[in-house]
Design a protein around this ligand. Sequence first.
Ligand code: SF4
Length: 688
Amino acid sequence: AAMREQRIKKTKTVCTYCGVGCSFDVWTKGREILKVDPQIDAPANGISTCIKGKFGWDFVNTEERLTKPLIREGDVFREASWDEAYNLIASKFTEIKEKNGAQALTFISSSKCTNEESYLMQKLARGVIGTNNIDNCSRYCQTPATMGLFRTVGHGGDSGSIKDIEKSELVIVIGSNTSESHPVLATRVKRSHKLHNQKLIVADLRKHEMAERADLFIQPRAGSDLVWLSAVTKYILDKGLADHDFLQKHVNGLDTFTENLEKFTLDYAEKVTGLSQDTLIQLAKTISQSKSVCVLWAMGVTQHMGGSDTSTAISNLLLVTGNYGREGVGSYPLRGHNNVQGASDFGSMPDRLPSYEKVADIKVREKYEKAWGVKIPEEPGLNNHEMVQGIHDGHVKAMYLKGEDMGIVDSNINHVHAAYEKLEFFVVQDLFLTRTAQFADVVLPASPSLEKEGTFTNTERRIQRLYQVLEPLGDSKPDWEIIRDIANRLGAGWDYKHPSDIMEEAAQLAPLFAGVSYERLEGYKSLQWPVAEDGTDTPILFKDGFPFEDKKARLFPVNWTEPVEFGEEYDIHVNNGRLLEHFHEGNMTYQSEGITSKTPNTFLEISPELAKERGLKDGTLVRLSSPYGSVKVHCLITNRVKGKEVYLPMNDSGEAAINLLTSSYSDKDTDTPAYKETSAKLEILMEE
Ligand code: SF4
């Protein structure tokens, strides 16, 4: 028995799925995962996890894992040694840089990778190649939220902590299917709603579980959230219901802001949103009368042409009602991937270095140039969206992409695939031969979170350590080692031996992480940025004012952008999002038998009205077509959607992949795809 016990070990890790950032012990024997054991000390989740954190780990040992580098030869891949793969990458990068300049190369970091890996990827792009063409997948989800917060309050992260939401008197959830996308966080909200009389308002197109529980559920027309938010804000100001004391002490720009609100009358808002004036007044009164309000929002807000503006409108409303800088209040953009927050925090952005310091700022550039001994270009680089366009236009020649299946998750994927075909050199680093990797010239086998050390930052800005549970499978390697090795083949001379060396360097350069160290993050210890040099962290932002020179926040005037029209024949509005059981395109969760047996395929949710009008039944096979492509999927009749609103979950990478339908329209301020502004026509197909 003693022998057997010796072989069993327990290691602390952080979940690889969503941005809640649950941490837990993993019990293993060899490569076998015996159980996932959440601990009371875990700061975000305590003893809870959801189905994905508990059972979603089979992908680590699946035969689908890549275990050797692959090099393309004609239409097929052949296995190669690391040496051969590295040499090929170094020589192609050098050749393309010499021929076309550094700006012809592009880099995409992953929100599934660690902070240290994001830091290294941007350092490779900027410091070794000499381009700011570096981005990450928050461009597909949360960049508009970050933009809205930068404009108004100056820090692009949740303003409080997850457990702090429990102290709120009123929680407003906008465009977030929280129960399925952030399950453990949703449980906390549900509990305080039930036990502590917390009020809950939900705004969504779809009557999901949170909506069922809400005290008030509103269904504004698709893409019209900015209008009701602004009308409610105007009403609060007009009727003297605002927090004038807070506004006077802590906020700038009230006059211009109020002037711009003029057009958002109740009458106008009713016409645009479909919400009655009574409902709008009720919202205004409930919000202004609540002592503490926090707003949770997600992709239903951000993935629109005006995603940044709507995020800004949320923050404006919170400022007008004095809901920043204390317990139980503030803004909570809910980050999707486990490290979507950290990928941007650590500089994988075309216009920002780590800590969100601007590339355009000469002092910031000089700091990094001195530390790295390189020259950083002054011009911001291309974002993901511009990279794809750049390939089509012919000035982008190479891409190094790690840990993102962009060929499925980007919008208008037919257009994206056509771009990949044109790339002169494409390196994809991932766990599996993904849809995207199939276009690559070199595929590098990476290791998942269980096979490496590092840190992740969850949605509440909490930095947590993960420890290595298993050895890398086959010849796969942690991403940070691969990036380091490639940089060194290009002559960088990087000497990192462990991710802690990388964090030490980042902490010296990036003010938000000044006091972050692996010692301070030992075990279940964690830190929420900004972290001062002495290790003091910040569970609640803005207690001592806002990070602007005069310490005041700014009200930022915004206007409504009408959603994209696809044309009259495309009469069905296609909403999309997640399911509880699967994560995104399902690359990892489809490997788990426990999960797949529950939810084997995707389906199209349709309303009883639409079913009746078109003669559709549960299981009817239909084709949805947009101007960009079409999908085939089976129907499921449900009361969660109404009228011509349908819902297509995003966990399919085949014939029902949502991004065969989506367009290349994007948020005008950040280029985040307007995924949620998608329409299609529907026809019934005969089963073959
Ligand atoms: Fe993982 Fe999110 Fe589930 Fe927690 S709630 S176990 S972080 S997927």
